[in-house]
Design a protein around this ligand. Sequence first.
Ligand SMILES: NC(=O)c1ccc[n+]([C@@H]2O[C@H](COP(=O)([O-])OP(=O)(O)OC[C@H]3O[C@@H](n4cnc5c(N)ncnc54)[C@H](OP(=O)(O)O)[C@@H]3O)[C@@H](O)[C@H]2O)c1
Length: 266
Amino acid sequence: MENTVRLNNSVEMPRIGYGVYQIPSSITERCVRDALSVGYRSLDTAQCYGNEHAVGKAVKASGIPREEIFVTTKLWGGRGYKDTVVSIDDSLTALGMDYLDLLLIHEPTGDFHEIYRAMEDAHKAGKLRAIGVANFLEKSYRSLLETARIVPAVDQIETHVFRQQKAMKTLLADHGTIHESWSPLACGQNGFFRNPVLKEIGNRYGKSNAQVGLRFLYQQGIVIIPKSTHLERMKENMDILDFELTQEEMARIKALDLDRSMFGWW
Ligand SMILES: NC(=O)c1ccc[n+]([C@@H]2O[C@H](COP(=O)([O-])OP(=O)(O)OC[C@H]3O[C@@H](n4cnc5c(N)ncnc54)[C@H](OP(=O)(O)O)[C@@H]3O)[C@@H](O)[C@H]2O)c1
């Protein structure tokens, strides 16, 4: 499997990225530099995480050419077209960048049709290489498709072994939108790191629960963005390319699906 996925406008996006949700801005620069040093080339931040500035600083300090790093951020609380135009520029300023690789609407609130229209225009103007959404489930995703001139390249939704989003996965694939997982480790909820099924399967390959859960998503073509503040775990979460789950193992993990949110947001 290639290490990048081709979005619907031919932009290549790494299949494994690094998320920075809940990382305090005071340590974000160090964490992102660590993540880049162990090989991550995709970073997922958001306006509401309050750490876009630190992400931008880390990218600059890394010395890695900007075009080798795929940067995603998400719009928060936009109300309409004009707000969004300003908001996109605010993110570019905070990150210290003149373009974003991917901009997502963080959640389907406000007049998301108009917000998306402004994103389409910013895409045309060259500020955004790709645009998409997050937390758009069936109703909001279908509603957006009715007015969108550009099919969302990505939908980033809660996806892990306990919420597998099987129906959304099919719907997104039918329309050419890439399925990206947030909280691919379930953020440790529901005993993820102690789960006996993941443990038993991991023991066969010398892999941890984290690696088995991530591999399960990766193997289905779902983009993953695990977060850790620890260097060793950052490495561990990338080290999932040297084993392959069998159909029987995939089926056992599929049976862990509870088909509900572990967080109660979307
Ligand atoms: N669009 C949205 O609404 C939305 C919502 C949530 C998240 N996200 C994105 O998705 C990214 C990932 O989600 P997330 O941060 O909520 O959760 P996650 O990546 O599923 O899990 C992160 C948690 O697992 C721990 N961890 C990481 N690797 C580990 C390992 N190998 N072994 C043991 N523990 C490990 C981390 O602790 P340590 O840091 O102490 O290692 C942290 O507590 C976010 O950072 C963000 O970019 C988006």
